[in-house]
Ligand binder design. Structure first.
Ligand code: GCB
Length: 599
């Protein structure tokens, strides 16, 4: 066959292939942990695809020779230039960047495939729940394109309408983690861009009418209010709510919007707090569907420059936590990872953690609820973003929406953060103010914040970024003693808060290589880092509106921009603990400081 007929044949085959048009995935299911599901975690087959040939067409739409079809090579069969069944294996959840040296720096397209058996119940709906795929995902079941999703750190659900069969099935997911200016985050970050299906993947089957969203919170007047949203229900559908430990059983009916609203005054409520992280088992039910959750009840508010938990002023004794996994590396994704990270925070006597710079694994937030650690949760609007690009804004808004929807029932979460260290310019301010407005609408019960980069002149910091006026709490990152000035200069610095809002020192710190000792003036020694912390504490005494601290950072984490040989070797070394679990001197300095601050 000549070249021309072959091209025509491929074209004809491509056109004859029928693809359901892919809807963009929207997060639908909340509280998936409390639903029966079929885990698709474990070994998946992968094909690394830097030249993007897996689409099987010149456009990024799957063609007949594309990997989505999951065909198998046979010597006498049709030409095929891939075969998942013969390809290497990668564990899900996980990342390809820690799979092998060859993939350590890989940023691009990679295809995952896995077979599964399924027996569908009558009158059900089936969703593929993906805890997180960094960064863009294109999902196919039995060669039907079921959805696309953008944003690397939040869950999404793709409905599998007809494609799933009784018996054997396969799912192919193309994940693409190229950094691009219009993505969120943009091109430059101080963390590793771990690509892949980084969190759990499961199949969730629900009845035709099911609870896709629910929420309960405590109001300032002592009442509890909330709702369950029933997808696929006619108006007037009954929904029951039961909270056995409160001896509460209530009924409500759905309105035209599918929501059944609840409101009641609990008797003898034990409020959630770090000292007493009480959670109540709550159960919503409607028709054949039942959804349980474990929920704490507390209020969070600001009064002038104070933060009030349950009406009383609090100080946030915290630490910043990146999502790297202790010991193993790669993204944190297991109960053990969450227990180690938050366990160290508890050892430090923390009552708060800043989880940066993107929504962390849901397990960490659920554990924070149980351990009594208040949480700052953030979307990756970070450093430079494409402030005037509507697509970029839409992607940031989607990540904000998905974060709030996933974690809005966690009492531990007190702060939604819109951004970190963004430049003071009008288009940035307009961009983030849109996010603030959305967060207030999606969740009027929490405080809104952002972290700002230091802006210090003549040892004076005036908190005057125009974005600050839209926020409830100001986060300030300062690196006095590391990027600017010397550690011992800290106490002579002066802070002004013209807006009279509560301020959290959302970052401060310096690098130290675990086990490296020397003079307190020698950078990267444990002694330098410890001295830096001691000097910061002297400075904090003179900031009357300071309401919390989250030093940078709990544990050393991988970052491609940290290249000092023998010291950094690809890690940001500002951890209080090394990535292999060694506690540095500054860990104990902070521990003692926080011990002295406990109520
Ligand atoms: C910052 C950033 C954080 C960096 C840190 C550092 O201000 O918010 O993402 O990792 O400084 O180590 O420089």
């Amino acid at each position: 066959m000549g070249l021309m007929p072959r091209i025509l044949l491929v074209l004809a085959l491509s056109l004859s292939t029928v693809f359901a048009s892919a809807q963009s995935a929207t997060t639908l299911l909340v509280d998936v942990d409390h639903r029966p599901s079929i885990s698709l975690d474990g070994p998946w087959r992968i094909i690394v695809d830097p030249y993007r040939g897996g689409w099987g067409s010149s456009t990024e739409v799957p063609g007949v020779r594309g990997y989505a079809a999951n065909r198998h090579y046979t010597p006498g069969g049709q030409l095929l230039e891939y075969d998942f069944a013969k390809s290497r294996v990668l564990q899900v959840p996980g990342t390809w960047n820690t799979h092998s040296n060859e993939l350590s720096y890989y940023e691009g397209l990679l295809w995952y495939e896995r077979d599964f058996t399924f027996h569908r119940k009558p009158h059900s709906r089936v969703f593929l729940h993906i805890g997180a795929a960094n960064y863009a995902a294109h999902v196919f079941v039995n060669d039907v394109h079921i959805c696309d999703h953008e944003g690397g750190f939040t869950p999404f659900d793709c409905e599998i309408p007809q494609a799933v069969k009784d018996g054997g099935n396969f799912v192919v997911i193309a994940v693409d983690n190229r950094r691009k200016p219009d993505r969120v985050p943009g091109i430059k970050t101080d963390w590793w861009n771990y690509g892949g299906l980084t969190r759990d993947v499961s199949l969730v089957e629900v009845p035709e009418a099911f609870i896709d969203d629910e929420s309960l919170h405590l109001n300032a007047d002592g009442s509890i209010a909330g709702y369950a949203h029933v997808e696929g229900a006619a108006p007037g559908t009954k929904v029951a709510l039961s909270i056995p430990d409160m001896h509460e059983s209530l009924n409500a009916t759905t309105g035209a919007d599918g929501r059944a609203d609840f409101s009641f005054h609990p008797k003898d409520l034990e409020r959630w707090s770090p000292e007493h992280p009480r959670l109540y088992h709550v159960v919503f039910s409607t028709g054949e569907d039942r959804l349980a959750d474990d929920v704490g009840f507390r209020t969070i508010a600001v009064r002038g420059d104070e933060i009030l938990l349950n009406g009383k002023p609090i100080f946030l004794r915290g630490v910043s936590i990146q999502n790297d996994a202790p010991y193993r590396g790669g993204p944190a994704r297991s109960d053990a990872d969450a227990e180690t990270l938050l366990g160290w925070a508890k050892e430090l006597h923390c009552n708060y953690a800043r989880l940066v710079h993107f929504p962390h694994d849901e397990r960490q937030i659920r554990l924070a609820d149980k351990m009594g650690i208040m949480v700052w949760s953030e979307i990756p609007v970070y450093w430079g973003n494409d402030w005037t690009n509507p697509h970029t804004l839409a992607v940031a808004q989607q990540q904000l929406h998905e974060m709030i929807r996933r974690d809005r029932n966690r009492a531990s979460v007190i702060l939604w953060s819109m951004s970190n260290e963004t430049p003071d310019r009008p288009d940035r301010t307009a961009f983030i103010e849109k996010l603030v407005a959305q967060a207030r609408k999606d969740d009027p019960t929490r405080l809104i914040t952002s972290a700002f980069a230091e802006s210090i002149h003549n040892q004076t910091a005036v908190l005057s970024d125009p974005l600050m006026k839209s926020l409830d709490v100001i986060g300030y990152n300062e690196y006095i003693g590391w990027y600017i000035d010397t550690p011992s200069s800290a106490p002579s610095h002066h802070f002004e808060d013209p807006l009279h809002k509560p301020v959290i020192m959302s970052e401060f710190g310096g690098g130290a290589k675990a086990g490296m000792h020397g003079a307190a003036t020698e950078r990267f020694t444990e002694e330098y880092q410890a001295a830096l912390y001691r000097n910061q504490f002297l400075m904090f005494r003179k900031i009357p509106f300071l309401r919390g601290l989250s030093p940078w950072v709990l544990m050393d984490f991988r970052s491609p921009t940290r290249q000092l040989p023998g010291i950094q070797d690809g890690y940001n070394r500002k951890g209080l603990v090394s990535n292999t679990g060694e506690k540095k001197k500054a860990f104990f300095v902070l521990q003692k400081y926080y011990a002295g601050m406990q109520p």
